[in-house]
Design a protein around this ligand. Structure first.
Ligand SMILES: Nc1ncnc2c1ncn2[C@@H]1O[C@H](COP(=O)(O)OP(=O)(O)OP(=O)(O)O)[C@@H](O)[C@H]1O
Ligand SMILES: [Mg+2]
Length: 250
């Protein structure tokens, strides 16, 4: 958990020249960005822009081909996902993070396994997390039988049960209806405001991104095309030409 004494000007996470090649393809190319304490940072870009690869690089699932990654000022380049999660970065996966045959309670308990000692304390954390996400009435249900929107919330619950400093969500709004989107966005704001947690949000729902993010990084062909507030990004000519214009032109 983030403490009040943490220097608020020090980035939580900072990449410099982050690059990842797959054979001849450069999926992420010389990417510099930072995530600050208590901010919701949107990472957007067209399909194949390198968003999930960036996620995998900062969470230790992929090793960078070159470049560096710092978390709270410590060099974490090439460190394992286990080490990085202990430093407070927890993520969800684009195509689901839960165990379908286990109950919601058991799933959220999985997120408490590192860092909390004792079954009673873990149960309490899982129950508090479920309550915060509006999942209390589903605790005894098998996760795989629940509606898609609830399963998405359970995935966030597993990640947030660890009370990370930085919660990384890969397309958490896919397939949600408008009410579920609104509820999830206010939950992300609570995670930021009440728990001092930063959120990295990869998302194609532009309206939601513009509404909830404090800042946005736009990736295009693996490179950072623009960084700024939603207002700045909306009026950035490069972004309009390469991405938003292209989308609306479809
Ligand atoms: N494990 C891999 N092996 C080979 N190529 C990969 C691998 N992972 C990603 N790529 C390629 O890297 C590029 C970036 O992919 P990535 O999944 O990061 O994009 P994305 O922005 O998350 O796209 P989407 O919006 O569709 O999820 C794509 O050309 C993709 O085919
Ligand atoms: Mg992706």
């Amino acid at each position: 958990m983030q403490t009040e004494s943490q220097n608020s000007t020090e980035p939580l996470l900072k990449t410099s020249g982050l690059t990842r090649r797959f054979g001849g393809l450069i999926a992420v190319n010389d990417v510099d960005f930072e995530i600050r304490p208590r901010e919701i940072l949107g990472l957007i870009g067209p399909n194949g822009a390198g968003k999930s690869t960036t996620f995998n690089l900062i969470s230790g699932f992929y090793k960078p081909s070159s470049g560096s990654l710092k978390i709270l000022g410590s060099d974490c380049t090439g460190r394992s996902s286990m080490v990085i999660s202990r430093m407070g970065l927890v993520r969800t996966f684009q195509h689901g993070s839960l165990m379908p045959s286990m109950t919601v309670h058991e799933n959220i308990l999985l997120g408490t396994l590192h860092g909390i000692r004792g079954h009673a304390a873990r149960r309490k954390r899982a129950e508090e997390t479920a309550e915060m996400l509006g999942l209390t009435s589903y605790l005894a249900e098998s996760a795989g039988t629940l509606p898609h929107g609830i399963q998405r919330l359970v995935s966030i619950g597993i990640a947030f049960a660890a009370r990370p400093r930085l919660l990384c969500l890969d397309e958490p709004l896919t397939g949600l209806n408008q009410t579920e989107v609104t509820d999830t966005l206010s939950m992300l704001e609570r995670i930021r405001d009440d728990f001092g947690c930063s959120v990295l949000l990869v998302e194609h729902n532009m309206k939601a991104v513009m509404q909830v993010c404090d800042r946005i990084v736009v990736l295009h062909h693996g490179e950072v095309l623009a960084t700024g507030t939603p207002t700045e990004i909306r009026s950035d000519q490069n972004v309009i030409n390469a991405y938003l214009g292209h989308r609306h032109g479809n």
